[in-house]
Design a protein around this ligand. Structure first.
Ligand code: PLP
Length: 443
């Protein structure tokens, strides 16, 4: 059935998919066409059940089709799908987000760097708007991004991007005007000297820095301790802004995202803008940008930087986001951390038993594995690993009923619904998968 569905999809949809990584391009074989998902499981059109470690690429933090989220969506849908006008639920979701982004401030106080939030529909829109806002606010054009970081698919952010761009080994994308690409300075991750040099050379032209709060689109690669804080300091010394992209990490690795983890470990730092997505929509299309009022109030209609959206803040999506955030309690985060420990150790032990060199890449409860014995530090290191060990590993797991991200350059996602049964399936599948990785040869 999956083969037939894929063949038919390829006739109707470019490459048969609506987002490139889904096509299994880097692992080969036929993508599974899913028809149902529940808790930690997804089900394909042939009725096969898989333990899912993709979680819709992050949103399903409570598990698929969480009853409270589904009920909230059903109740909201019954009242109308979209009004194209203001709704109370938009403010409710914005307030929830603003309250959660709290961290330790100077003198034992606390800081809440998200004073205003603008809701959009995708992470791409959130980062694209955040960049425009930073440019409008500073009156400067250039932006710094880091190689291997993915911030969605707007023109200026595709250079040396992670996720599907990394998976397909693309330098960027056709169709991006050279004049636009020239506005993005791509620097190596975790390299503060490169950032300082860029500011020394072109500081008065640089509007800001955008960084994944912890890189998770080239596989997981956390920032070196203090890296994000130093970015904030360098940006602010030079009159530029720091955009912390928490589309993937936000509300996943802690109630206050990766910023919450990193700022509380110190040194404390204050990004000017945050971008969120995935979990704040609980599986519906919701994303947002937020930050200090002085910057956010530059957005129309309060200020001169334009942004809009027909479906922005639509009430069904708001209901899913609110129910998901309300369900993501301290107990849920403790469980996700414990599950990530258990799952990543099980995988690592199986790889070690077969003599497969690897590092366990962690950023809070996000993890992935790099097939190398050296701890990677940047995108070049991630690309230099034995990537060819992943496809046979991936397929052995899939054949045994475990659905992993179909690329070595993606994070694995656990949910609050993963339990002993799901772990048992993973543990049973691992020895054969580790053997497949061990016996793989370079393609
Ligand atoms: N930023 C980060 C860090 C992401 O991981 C993603 C998507 O994976 C995006 C932005 C883009 O979000 P979307 O796919 O909703 O456009």
């Amino acid at each position: 059935m999956n083969e037939e569905l894929f063949a038919r999809a390829k006739q109707a949809i470019p490459g048969g998919v609506n987002s490139p990584v889904r096509a299994f391009g880097s692992v080969g074989g036929t993508p599974r066409f899913l028809v149902k998902a529940s808790g930690p499981y997804v089900y394909d059109a042939d009725g096969n059940e898989y333990v899912d470690l993709v979680a819709s690429w992050g949103p399903a933090i409570l598990g698929h089709a969480d009853p409270a989220v589904v009920t909230a969506v059903q109740d909201a849908a019954a009242l109308g799908l979209s009004f194209g006008a203001s709704t109370p639920s938009e403010t409710q979701l914005a307030e929830l987000v603003e309250r959660r982004i709290v961290g330790a401030g100077p003198d034992g106080g606390s800081i809440r760097p998200v004073e205003r939030l603008r809701l959009v529909s995708t992470g791409t829109e959130a980062t694209m708007t955040a960049i425009r806002l930073a440019r409008g606010f500073t009156g400067r054009d250039l932006f710094i991004k880091f190689a291997g970081h993915y911030h969605g698919h707007s023109d200026g952010l595709l250079a040396a991007a992670g996720s599907g761009v990394a998976t397909l080994a693309l330098p960027g994308s056709a169709g991006v005007p050279a004049a636009i690409a020239a506005q993005t300075l791509v620097l190596p991750y975790n390299d503060l000297d490169a950032v300082r040099t860029a500011f020394a050379e072109r500081g008065d032209e640089i509007a800001g820095i955008i960084v994944e709060a912890a890189a998770a689109n080239m596989g997981v690669l956390p920032p070196l301790p203090g890296f994000n804080a130093a970015l904030a300091e360098i940006a602010h010394e030079n009159g530029a802004l720091l955009i912390l992209d928490e589309v993937l990490t936000g509300f996943r690795v802690s109630a206050a995202g990766y910023w919450g983890l990193s700022t509380n470990e110190g040194p404390a730092y204050q990004p000017d803008l945050f971008t969120f997505g995935k979990i704040i929509g609980g599986g519906m299309p919701v994303a947002a940008l937020g930050g200090r009022a002085a910057v956010m109030d530059y957005l129309a209609p309060a200020g001169p930087v334009y942004q809009a959206g027909t479906l922005s803040g639509n009430p069904v999506a708001m209901a899913a986001g609110i129910a998901t955030l309300e369900g993501a309690t301290a107990e849920v985060y403790a469980k996700l951390d414990a599950t990530a420990d258990t799952f990543s150790s099980a995988v690592s032990q199986a790889l070690t038993a077969e003599g497969v060199a690897h590092t366990v890449q962690r950023a809070g409860n996000l993890f992935s594995f790099a097939f190398t014995s050296e701890t990677p530090r940047d995108y070049a290191d991630m690309q230099a690993q034995d990537t060819w060990r992943y496809p046979p590993f991936f397929h052995a797991m899939l054949d045994a009923g475990v659905s992993l991200p179909p690329s070595v350059f993606e994070a694995w996602f656990v949910t609050a619904a993963h339990d002993e049964r799901a772990l048992g399936r993973i543990v049973d599948a691992l020895p054969a998968a580790a053997r497949a990785a061990a016996s793989a040869t370079p393609m």
